[in-house]
Design a protein around this ligand. Structure first.
Ligand code: PHE
Length: 396
């Protein structure tokens, strides 16, 4: 509402009041004041909105309104004389405004109630709902499966020092394996005066947990890891889950059973066939690369069966091995007393295989269409209620 439209108090009268106040021949008389008052009342009554009414208030009794100006300009003698009358006029005006305001407000409310009818037959407006990212969902599923096998969840920092990420894992300074773990460095330096870095794998959690908890151990460590890599199958940040078991008499058979049990529960099928291939990691000895059989069904990779079956292939799934003696020692354990196995697997990769996405980069684009298509409802508790070791379908 613009100011011109407001029913303001008659300007001439207001001027007269102010002028009269400044003395001169006709000092402000009760009569002029009464005229002004009746003009006020008219303006107040003709205000049809709270906004209009407020304009009246400002011009009549506001900080630079007529009354204030009149009192200011008035000769002190006149002021003393007329003040009670002026103050009464002011109070009356304010009262009238307050009353009118109540009327206008309730009229406005009434009008809204009439206009804003609610049509209960309309469908309720849908609220956008967030969803659980497939990576979070898969991490939850994995944690649940491992919990069934007695594994606890451990964690470590994403900003690591050189010793935990490399040296303690049997990758001394000049080790060529470091080249495959190019990462992002910080200007901050650790106690050894080496640059802090974004961890390249979850394996440093092995060291931290051994040092903190000693042996025996049965842990997984899910989390974000970083490498300076970027293409359709590599993103500079991705997710891994580390597994570590330290005990007495642990051997490769335990590793194979654990991985088989994990993958059967995760992919919800019994025909998971693993192939263990000799490999090399500085932190495991012997090291094994674990492959799983799969076939293409409708253009999608479907895990299951032996890779040697007709129409099937092998796919590299994860790295693992028996924990290297040097790593046990770095973790403060006696390698003649304790043995263990460790593995590291890409969580994003597992999510793609289970839920059928084909571009890793889309995982981290934050496109809500992708998220609502592949995401999970927050109330969808990952149920693997058959439990680990309960074969699906077969009576075995
Ligand atoms: N840390 C290794 C990697 O990121 C994976 C791994 C973990 C291999 C544990 C063996 C044992 O490539």
């Amino acid at each position: 509402m613009s100011e011109q439209q407001s029913p303001v108090v008659d300007e001439h009268l207001s001027e007269a009041v102010i002028k009269a106040s400044s003395g001169g021949d006709g000092a402000l008389t009760g009569e002029t004041l009464a005229q002004w008052m009746s003009a006020n009342t008219g303006a107040i009554e003709s205000a049809t909105t709270v906004g209009e009414l407020d304009a009246v208030r400002v011009s009549a009794v506001g900080k630079s309104g007529t009354i204030t100006l009149a009192l200011k300009k008035m000769h002190p003698e006149h002021r003393r004389e007329l003040a009670p009358e002026i103050n009464r006029a002011k109070a009356e005006t304010e009262n009238a405004i307050a009353q009118r305001k109540t009327v206008l407000e309730s009229a406005a409310l009434e009008a809204r109630l009439v206009a804003e009818t609610i049509d209960l037959s309309l469908p309720a407006p849908t609220k956008p709902k967030g969803s659980v990212h497939p990576v979070s969902q898969v991490m939850d599923e994995l944690a649940e499966i491992f919990a069934d096998m007695g594994f606890a969840v451990a964690s470590g920092p994403e900003i690591e020092d050189d010793w935990h990420n490399f040296t303690a894992l049997n990758m001394p300074d000049s080790h060529p394996a470091r080249a495959m773990h190019d990462t992002f460095y910080f200007p901050d330096r650790d106690a050894e005066d080496r640059e802090m870095l974004l961890r390249t794998h979850t394996s440093p959690v092995q060291i931290r947990t051994m040092l903190e908890q000693g042996a025996p151990l049965r842990i997984i460590a899910p989390g974000r890891v970083y490498r300076s890599d970027s293409d359709a199958t590599h993103t500079p940040m991705f997710h891994q889950i580390e597994g570590l078991v330290i005990d007495k008499g642990i051997h490769l058979g335990h590793l194979k059973w654990t991985l088989e049990t994990l993958l059967k529960a995760f992919f919800e099928r019994d025909d998971i066939v693993l192939r263990l291939r000799p490999s090399y990691f500085p932190f495991t000895e012997p090291s094994v690369e674990v492959d799983t059989g799969f076939s293409f069904i409708d253009g999608r990779r479907v895990v299951g069966g032996s890779g040697d079956e007709p129409g099937h292939q092998w796919m590299e799934l994860l790295g693992s091995g028996m924990v290297n003696r040097n790593v046990l020692a770095a973790g403060g354990l006696d390698p003649d007393e304790w043995q263990g196995f460790a593995f590291g697997v890409g969580v994003d990769r597992l999510a793609m295989l289970k839920y059928g996405m084909n571009d890793l980069r889309a995982f981290f684009d934050g496109d809500v269409r992708w998220l609502s298509h592949y995401g999970f409802s927050a109330l969808d508790v990952p149920t693997l209620s058959g439990g680990v070791g309960t074969p699906v379908g077969s009576g075995a």
